[in-house]
Design a protein around this ligand. Structure first.
Ligand SMILES: NC(=O)c1ccc[n+]([C@@H]2O[C@H](COP(=O)([O-])OP(=O)(O)OC[C@H]3O[C@@H](n4cnc5c(N)ncnc54)[C@H](O)[C@@H]3O)[C@@H](O)[C@H]2O)c1
Length: 347
């Protein structure tokens, strides 16, 4: 079987801590090139990981006919332009979340991938976590909840990962202008939008577990205000599913470990709770607890597979089989659309 030849754009934290090691581990793929506008960083990372080619301009990397798939791991505002160029160049794309920074751009990318028969997958790795997958299975079997809640405390998400050193650089990160939604947002709404979209795992996992709401009501406490050394951003949305409400609560004002959970209460008295692991912790999956009136079940470790690795493996599988992944471009588009609705609901 021919190896899938891969190029990466963006050589920063998530490339080094998650995707490069995961791609390297996959025997059906070969990581042959890396680009970063900070070309010194591209060179150091390429050398450290024995990646044969490096570039400062992503156009040069993507134009290489020898590549089959591109991983877009640059900062959020440049996802659209890099992904668009990669799809137009006939390459399958894995793009870190979010797919794009407004729904028209996201829609365009989904249409481009579909037109060309290319795989477009978005980096919502929680959909690949065996614990989250178990929670979804249990939830589907329990039927519709009467009430649901999710809390996301954006604390320390690195969780300590000494296994892979992280190479940094003093070169300036390029500034790409943020392409805001074509909605009448105030400056405060724009800041809140960029923030919640940057943390859109909560939106995506909520949609994975509960589906798409009919209506949204939101409130925000403040936008980018400093309290001591913490930036205070808090955002809550109530998603109305017709037969139940889901409260999404998100804050950055938190010094503790990263915390993210989803709770659903069912008419029978059953309560299902799943806690996502600290983002970069390996060898662990979401914890799942199902309390019924007569007995409780707790799944501390549904497995030891790392969601980032499973995500990369399933992307290559999708490329081989010409099919969508569970975090397809279409799911990424629906996430951006919901983020827009959540912020629009503030006015
Ligand atoms: N799935 C997750 O849990 C998770 C976690 C962290 C980050 N991310 C996402 O990954 C992406 C990267 O985040 P990061 O933390 O690695 O950021 P980072 O700043 O450490 O790295 C991004 C790199 O992209 C490069 N870059 C930016 N624009 C570029 C361009 N136009 N051409 C070439 N290179 C360019 C920068 O120079 C930088 O080195 C973001 O979209 C972020 O939302 C996802």
């Amino acid at each position: 079987m021919e190896k899938i030849r891969v190029g990466i754009v963006g050589a920063g934290l998530i490339a080094q801590r998650a995707h490069i090691p995961s791609i390297m581990k996959n025997e059906g793929a070969s990581l042959v090139a890396l680009a970063d506008s900070r070309v010194g960083l591209a060179e150091s990372v390429a050398k450290a990981w024995h990646i044969p080619k490096f570039y400062g301009d992503y156009h040069d990397l993507i134009s290489d006919d020898a590549l089959d798939a591109i991983f877009v791991l640059a900062n959020d505002p440049s996802h659209y332009e890099i992904t668009k160029f990669a799809l137009e160049s006939g390459k399958h794309v894995f793009v870190e979340k979010p797919l794009a920074t407004n729904s028209s751009d996201a829609e365009e990318l989904v249409a481009e991938a579909q037109k060309r028969g290319l795989v477009l997958s978005v980096g919502y790795m929680k959909r690949y976590d065996d614990g989250i997958r178990l929670a979804k299975q249990l939830m589907d079997a329990l039927g519709a909840p009467v009430l649901a809640e999710s809390v996301y405390l954006n604390g320390n998400w690195l969780g300590g990962d000494p296994q892979f050193p992280y190479i940094t650089s003093n070169e300036k990160v390029p500034l790409t202008e943020y392409r805001y939604p074509k909605l009448n947002f105030t400056d405060e709404q724009k800041a809140l939008f960029a923030w919640i979209l940057g943390l859109s795992h909560q939106i995506d996992t909520a949609r994975f577990l509960f589906g798409d709401p009919k209506r949204v009501v939101s409130s925000a406490l403040s936008s980018n205000e400093k309290k001591g050394d913490l930036t205070v951003n808090s955002f809550t949305s109530t998603l109305d599913y017709g037969s139940f409400l889901l409260n999404l609560e998100l804050t950055s004002a938190w010094k503790g470990d990263f915390t993210e959970y989803y709770i659903a209460c069912f008419p029978s008295g059953a309560v299902l709770r799943t806690d996502a692991p600290i983002v970069l912790l390996r060898n662990t999956t979401a914890r799942v607890e199902l309390r019924r009136p007569d007995k409780s079940e707790v799944y501390e470790h549904v497995g030891f597979r790392w969601s980032f690795e499973v995500e990369v493996n399933e992307f290559f599988e999708a490329v081989r089989q010409h099919k969508d992944t569970v975090s397809s471009g279409r799911e990424g588009l629906l996430d951006v659309q919901l983020a827009e609705k959540m912020v629009a609901a503030l006015s």
